[in-house]
Design a protein around this ligand. Structure first.
Ligand SMILES: Cc1cc2nc3c(=O)[nH]c(=O)nc-3n(C[C@H](O)[C@H](O)[C@H](O)COP(=O)(O)OP(=O)(O)OC[C@H]3O[C@@H](n4cnc5c(N)ncnc54)[C@H](O)[C@@H]3O)c2cc1C
Length: 422
């Protein structure tokens, strides 16, 4: 079997590693000419770390990322609403990691080049369209920078080409632009003094004005410092968001005013933002859940299949799990198209639910509850939100997203025993 993978992001690269581990041939076609370590912080939940560990990348992640100890929610006055242990401290057999997206990409890219061979990742190949028949699928690419047309033939085509997926656009030609949430976020990272225990992810504020902060670099940590990733988010009602682009740099005057007093005894957030050299702006968008991802020999994966609002730190993790489920399903299926349907049956219902849940706040709802019930702050959080309510919010999101400890720890592996060489 030969699988054509469109897109060399986290989803596409993990798909290649998973297929290779299952003994299935594949080739990645990536639009950009040179894959660079773009982005800032991203979280890998234990469900994704399990998959990457089973792919043999556990040591590389541990060397590079921060093992998250705690997730803590604060109100806009810096008062603690809820805090919970994460990863191994929460009973998972695998950690949660906070990592620089660019460093994660390099770990995956190096593994693909080493295991499959560098010729199986073709950069500068912009997917244009596909045709399929009963024997296979033919994909057309425009070579960059000269636009030469290139064809590739395979048994399966996987669209892992992100929120602006061209594969999805061919399957759903009338879908149009992503759905803008009315929220814009700004991101940056800078080296600073560690805050709290140096391994905690914090969320501060409420729905219309929020911040998320976490450290992302083991290298900085080894030097006694912390590479602090921050994200701020503001409601921008009525504003027509620009196209989603992870590389759009802006000045802090776009958003800083409402955050300028957000220096707390445990985190000088306003000072950190003011000192950050490069700030990226990104509209928070998603797309409506799809009724089908698979059409014959073609399917969708990662953000191409289920772009979601970044609530509950899910997007990167779910693409990783998709990749492993896909390889497992293809390895076990009598014919390729059946494998794709099995993959979709495992993943699409759960991902559609997460996309919709993330429009309803997700676990961050506890911040909104605190804002609505006590906008001026509180003496004791239990006076305004009982503990069982906080616990219920946390667990029900993890269950829906498929990463409650019991599910992650006890479900069978998606690994495939490679056929023995003859
Ligand atoms: C440059 C960049 C920076 C990001 N930074 C962050 C971040 O800091 N924090 C965070 O939480 N999330 C970030 N994300 C999003 C995050 O990586 C994804 O939400 C998640 O990991 C799912 O990954 P994916 O592989 O499905 O999609 P993506 O990561 O979006 O990868 C899609 C890939 O497909 C390629 N592609 C697109 N169109 C075509 C085409 N027509 N033909 C061939 N290839 C194509 C893209 O160049 C890209 O490499 C970033 C994404 C990108 C692309």
């Amino acid at each position: 079997m030969q699988v054509l993978i469109v897109g060399g992001g986290i989803g596409g690269l993990t798909t290649a590693l998973s297929l290779h581990a299952a003994g299935i041939n594949c080739c990645i076609y990536e639009s950009v000419v040179s894959l660079r370590a773009l982005g800032v912080g991203i979280n890998l939940q234990p469900n994704a770390v399990r998959e990457l560990t089973e792919l043999g990348l556990g040591d590389a992640l541990a060397e590079t990322a921060i093992e998250t100890s705690t997730l803590a929610y604060y109100n806009k006055h810096g008062q603690l609403i809820w805090s919970e242990p994460r990863g191994r401290a929460a009973g998972y057999r695998w950690p949660q990691y906070s990592i620089h997206r660019g460093e994660l990409l390099i770990i995956l890219l190096d593994a693909v080049r080493a295991r499959l061979g560098p010729e199986w990742i073709r950069t500068g190949h912009h997917f244009v369209g596909f045709e399929q028949d009963s024997f296979g699928v033919t994909a057309r690419f425009a070579r960059r920078p000269d636009g030469t047309s290139v064809m590739a033939r395979g048994d399966i085509l996987v669209g892992a080409d992100g929120i602006h997926s061209s594969v999805r656009a061919q399957l759903y030609p009338n879908e149009g632009k992503p759905v803008f949430s009315g929220l814009i976020h700004w991101r940056g990272a800078l080296e600073a003094e560690p805050f709290l225990d140096g391994r905690t992810q914090v969320m501060i504020g409420h729905h219309d004005q929020r911040s998320v902060v976490y450290p992302i670099s083991a290298k900085s940590q080894r030097r006694g410092r912390s590479l602090v990733n921050w994200l701020t988010l503001l409601a921008a009602p009525g504003e027509d968001a620009e196209r989603e682009n992870w590389d759009r740099r802006v000045g802090k005057e776009r958003f800083f005013e409402p955050f300028k007093h957000w220096n707390f005894p445990w985190l000088p957030l306003a000072d950190l933002i003011a000192s950050t050299a490069e700030i990226f702006e990104y509209p928070m968008s998603d797309r409506d859940p799809l009724p089908a991802w698979t059409f014959g020999r073609v399917t969708l994966l990662g953000d191409a299949a289920h772009p979601m609002r970044p609530v509950g730190s899910q997007a990167g993790s779910q693409g990783v799990v998709d990749a492993r489920v896909l390889a497992h399903a293809l390895a076990g299926a009598a014919e390729p198209a059946k494998g794709l349907l099995d993959y979709e049956a495992t993943r699409r219902p759960a991902m559609n639910e997460v996309v919709l849940r993330n429009r309803q706040y997700g676990p961050e709802i506890v911040m909104q509850m605190a804002e609505e019930r006590a906008p001026g702050g509180f003496n004791n959080i239990e006076d305004i939100i009982p503990r069982h309510e906080l616990e219920d919010v946390s667990l029900s999101f993890k269950k829906a997203a498929g990463f409650d400890p019991e599910t992650v720890n006890t479900r069978p592996s998606y690994g495939v025993a490679r056929p023995a060489a003859v």
